[in-house]
Every structure is written in structure tokens, then in C-alpha cells.
Design a protein around this ligand. Structure first.
Ligand SMILES: *Cc1c(COP(=O)(O)O)cnc(C)c1O
Length: 373
């Protein structure tokens, strides 16, 4: 039995008719860029999150980049974030000419350690980007409190957490700006690239709207240097169909996670920790296994047809791109430790109980063999 890490075809089959007719509708209209599908999706997503404005952009990386620009982050500024994220979070900071400042993670939730943020705030700090990693919220109350006290913007990287809650509030709608990615494997995924900026600040929304079309609010009149970063009509039409199912799909992910937990509890691995006041949406189901065994375990599962992945094999601070910042392993010990231990197991709404049982029994065989040797 082959069990992939993600499987997008099962989901397509379940909504095939609706998707096909949405695509047909767009092609027949012949309007492909910034038409009605994008503006309706922007309203639907904003209302789902419970916020005033959504602005569709080309991808999640651009959502972060344009959000930072709209918050007037630029050269000489510092932005506090976590090194335990996809590199895009930090690239977006650098695109603005600003400097990423890394704070280590909480070893249980893998999100930014809120007790270590304040010591990193300087006169140049302008913003904090919490990353809701794997589908679980960062500790937002404390982040918002620090931001208010120091006058910082909070830009949520919600790329992995569409539909997740923090104390009953939808992620992406808590900070000054929320950034979404519609990369195909994200919980709400398009059939190509896509992203969105969420905000209740009209000025930020207007600025992002202009940044995505060459700094223009009126055709061929350009107020400042902008970009070509638009969500296209086909992707928007597809996302509108999928948005209707997202709560059910996230619930199925949660059920799958609970089933994994029940089978893996008591084994010699760490299962995901879900904070009581969080509603985790399990973009990824990630376990931790002894660093010396992790790669062997991945190989063992792979030989048995089970795909796993490592998000991410090193903290961003260790990537060549960001080595110039000069962080050492001892500055970010939890991020380094966890990146050596994590392993993402197959996770998607349509994963079956049998498949989960197969993954777990193979994993348990590996652990058993290890004990014997
Ligand atoms: C996917 C992702 C992004 C970037 O999204 P793209 O749409 O691929 O550009 C940013 N941050 C995090 C945490 C992500 O997982």
C-alpha cells in the first residue's frame, strides 16, 4: 500500500462537478485577471475570518511582502519572527530591506516563544510576524500585548492555518494584518499559486490593492513602485468552491490527528501538543523522534511505501541566505533541536483509518526493531 504525504486527487473527485463547472464559468466569461471571482472570494474569505478586507495576491510570499510594505516596513527596520518556519516568512522581511530578528520557539507548540520576544525589541523594531506553524496558533494575546506596548505591527503568517482558532478567534484576523497562502497543499489550496492579505485597516487594504497592480489605483496612473501580484480568476473560482467545504475538511484533519494520537500514545516519540485554547487544523501532523533515529525512520517508512517529510530540516537562520545575520546554534537551541527530530506523517482530510493504522504499525515496527538492536 502506498500512502502519500498529501493526496489532492481524492478531494478533487469528491467535488469534481462543482470544480469543473466553476472553471468552465470563468473560461466562458473570458475574464481572467481581477474580475468578479476574485472580488467575491475576497469578501467571502474576509467574512469567514471575521475581518473587513481581503486582498487577493499571487501567492503567500507576496502576501507577506506586500503586507510589510503596506505597514511601511523598510530599510533599517527590524522585524521579529521565528527561525522555525518556511523561508518565505523571512525572505519577505529582506525584500523590504528590513532585518529579520529571530526569537526561538516554544518546544511544545513549535511557535514563537512569547517570553523571549520582549528582550529582542529595540528602537528599530517595527513589527512581529508570528507563524501559526503546522496549523496551530502562536500565543496571540501575549504577542498583541507586547505589540501594543511598543507600538509594533503584528502580521500573522497564517499560510498553514486557514480555519484555525485562537480562543475562539479565527487566525489571520487577530493581528493588524493576516497573510494566507493558497498553495495547492495548504488546507485551503488552489490548483496553482495564490495568496491573500487580510486586514481591518482600510489604508493597509488600499495600499496592498495598489501594490499588487504596479502601484496603481486607476489604470495607467502609477503612484508608487508596485508589482504584478494578482490572484487569478480561475484560482479564485476554484477556491470559492473549496471554501464551502473547509470546515468539514479541517474537522476531518482533526479527527485523523486524534486517531493518530490514540494509536501513538505511549510510544517512544512525541506526538503533537495542542494548546487547550487553540483549535489546531493539522496542516501537518508532526511527531518528534530521537535525532539519531529520525532519518533512519523516514527511510524505513519510505521503503514500505509511506511518504513523510521534514518541515524544516534546519532553522532559517542556518540557511545560506540568512547566515550573514550571524546566529549561532546556542542562540536558538529549541529550533535546532526540533529541526533534527521532526517528521511529518501523511495528513489530509481523506486519509482513511486503515491508512493511519498502517502508518502507525510500521512506525511501531521501526521503534520495536530499534529497541531490540
Ligand atoms: C506556504 C508558506 C508560505 C508561502 O506561501 P507561498 O504561497 O508558497 O508563497 C509562507 N509561510 C509559511 C509558513 C508557509 O507555510
Amino acid at each position: 500500500m502506498n500512502i502519500p504525504l498529501f493526496d489532492l486527487t481524492r478531494q478533487y473527485i469528491s467535488i469534481e462537478k462543482e470544480i469543473d463547472s466553476a472553471i468552465k464559468r470563468v473560461i466562458e466569461k473570458g475574464h481572467f485577471i481581477l474580475g468578479p471571482e476574485v472580488s467575491i472570494l475576497e469578501e467571502e474569505v474576509a467574512s469567514y475570518i471575521g475581518i473587513d478586507f481581503g486582498v487577493g495576491v499571487a501567492n503567500g510570499t507576496d502576501a507577506l511582502h506586500l503586507a510589510l510594505l503596506a505597514c511601511n516596513i523598510g530599510a533599517g527596520d527590524e522585524v521579529i519572527t521565528t527561525p522555525f518556519t518556511f523561508i518565505a516568512t523571512c525572505e519577505a522581511i529582506s525584500y523590504c530591506g528590513a532585518r529579520p530578528v529571530f526569537v526561538d520557539i516554544d518546544p511544545r507548540t513549535y511557535t514563537i516563544d512569547v517570553d523571549r520576544i520582549e528582550e529582542k525589541v529595540t528602537g528599530d523594531t517595527k513589527a512581529i510576524i508570528p507563524v501559526h506553524l503546522y496549523g496551530q496558533s502562536a500565543e496571540m494575546d501575549k504577542i498583541m500585548d507586547i505589540a501594543r506596548r511598543y507600538g509594533l505591527k503584528v502580521i500573522e503568517d497564517s499560510a498553514q492555518a486557514f480555519g484555525a482558532d485562537y480562543k475562539g478567534k479565527r487566525l489571520g484576523g487577530i493581528g493588524d494584518v493576516g497573510c494566507l497562502s493558497f498553495f495547492p497543499t495548504k488546507n485551503l489550496g488552489a490548483y496553482g499559486d495564490g495568496g491573500m492579505v487580510l486586514t481591518r485597516d482600510k489604508e493597509i487594504a488600499e495600499k496592498v490593492r495598489m501594490l499588487r497592480v504596479h502601484g496603481s489605483s486607476k489604470k495607467y496612473i502609477h503612484s508608487f513602485l508596485g508589482f504584478n501580484s494578482r490572484l487569478d480568476e480561475l484560482q479564485a473560482a476554484i477556491l470559492r468552491v473549496k471554501l464551502r467545504y473547509i470546515d468539514r475538511w479541517n474537522e476531518m484533519r482533526r479527527e485523523n490527528a486524534a486517531f493518530y494520537n490514540s494509536l501513538l500514545k505511549g510510544d517512544d516519540i512525541t506526538i503533537p501538543y495542542e494548546e487547550n485554547h487553540n483549535r489546531h487544523v493539522y496542516h501537518l501532523y508532526v511527531i518528534c523522534i530521537d535525532e539519531r533515529e529520525r532519518n533512519k525512520c523516514q527511510g524505513y517508512l519510505s521503503e514500505r511505501g509511506i511518504s513523510t517529510a521534514i518541515h524544516y530540516p534546519m532553522p532559517v537562520s542556518n540557511q545560506d541566505t540568512f547566515k550573514y545575520l550571524g546566529y549561532r546554534e546556542e542562540d536558538l537551541p529549541n529550533s535546532h533541536k526540533v529541526s533534527g527530530e521532526i517528521l511529518a506523517l501523511p495528513m489530509y482530510p481523506e486519509l482513511t483509518k486503515d491508512e493511519i493504522r498502517t502508518v502507525c504499525s510500521n512506525l511501531q515496527d521501526f521503534l520495536e526493531n530499534r529497541r531490540k538492536s
